[in-house]
Ligand binder design. Structure first.
Ligand code: NAD
Length: 250
């Protein structure tokens, strides 16, 4: 694994306790960044923090990202512990299960929109003032190819990720002249714990749609996310970066 230019940067990675978020946190730490993992799961957050702390400065915040007050507190604590905030990766997400859209209980639909769309807005709103104070910042939102293509039996998930893509574009334009770049990535399926929230039939459907004929590795997604958080990414903002093995057609 090569080092990216992240020396001295401070990054928040939501959902960093496992899966794609943990791969992002690991790549950032070995590239010289200090990282704060923000996650709902105290045991996994602590385990991942301790594992990564061998290579750099890593803290963890345990919170539900849909809770505005908890997010504001976590942003304050992170800035105090690390001295500043440079990078936000809005990665945490849930699927909400698989079923035809008309059978999704309204409460389940709302929770998916809350975690996948409202929480990135709440977190970014708390973090942007810190990025503006720095005069430099990068935000990477983890959307999904489902947000571009629309997966059957995952309407709540697809709609939340499409919303996140739209939010990315608006926020990017608001910050375009402030040295804060905002982009999103749209991965295809990666074998993580999130698979437990999906039916076997849906997982097979997703694999069948990937021209490369395999699942994406979390390290492959992390490589793209981390590059988007470096100064090398300097003239792309409001953009949607595909990492779908050829599935996305636009
Ligand atoms: P994962 O389930 O392995 O990990 C998600 C992490 O987010 C968990 O540690 C969980 O505790 C945390 N989290 C969930 N809700 C939270 C909340 N309300 N507050 C705080 N933390 C919360 O998932 P993953 O596969 O690593 O996915 C990460 C992101 O990538 C998600 O946004 C997902 O939608 C997206 N994505 C995943 C895939 C895939 O196939 N794995 C494909 C495309 C996009």
């Amino acid at each position: 694994m090569n080092r990216l230019d992240l020396a001295g940067r401070v990054a928040i990675v939501t959902g960093g306790a496992r899966g794609i978020g943990l791969a992002v946190a690991r790549r950032m730490v070995v590239s010289g960044a200090s990282v704060s993992i923000w996650d709902l799961d105290p045991a996994a957050a602590e385990e991942s923090r301790a594992a990564l702390a061998a290579d750099g400065t890593v803290t963890a915040e345990v919170l539900d990202l849909t809770d505005e007050m908890a997010v504001a507190d976590a942003a304050r604590r992170t800035a105090a512990a690390h001295g500043k905030i440079d990078i936000l990766v809005n990665n945490a997400g849930i699927t909400g299960g698989n079923m035809p859209s008309w059978e999704i209980p309204a409460e389940q639909w709302r929770r998916v929109i809350d975690v996948n769309l409202n929480a990135p807005f709440i977190v970014a709103s708390a973090v942007v003032p810190h990025l503006l104070a720095n005069g430099w910042g990068r935000i990477v939102n983890v959307a999904s190819v489902a947000g571009k293509e629309g997966n059957p039996n995952a309407a709540h998930y697809s709609a939340s990720k499409a919303g996140l893509i739209g939010y990315t574009k608006s926020l990017a334009k608001e910050l375009a002249q402030r040295n804060v770049l905002v982009n999103c990535v749209t991965p295809a399926a990666a074998k993580t714990d999130i698979f437990r929230q999906m039916t076997e039939a849906h997982i097979n459907f997703m694999l069948s749609k990937i021209p490369m004929g395999r699942f994406v590795e979390v390290e492959e997604i992390a490589a793209l996310i981390c590059w988007l958080a470096t100064p090398d990414c300097s003239f792309s903002t409001g953009a949607v970066f595909d990492v779908s093995g050829g599935r996305a057609t636009y």
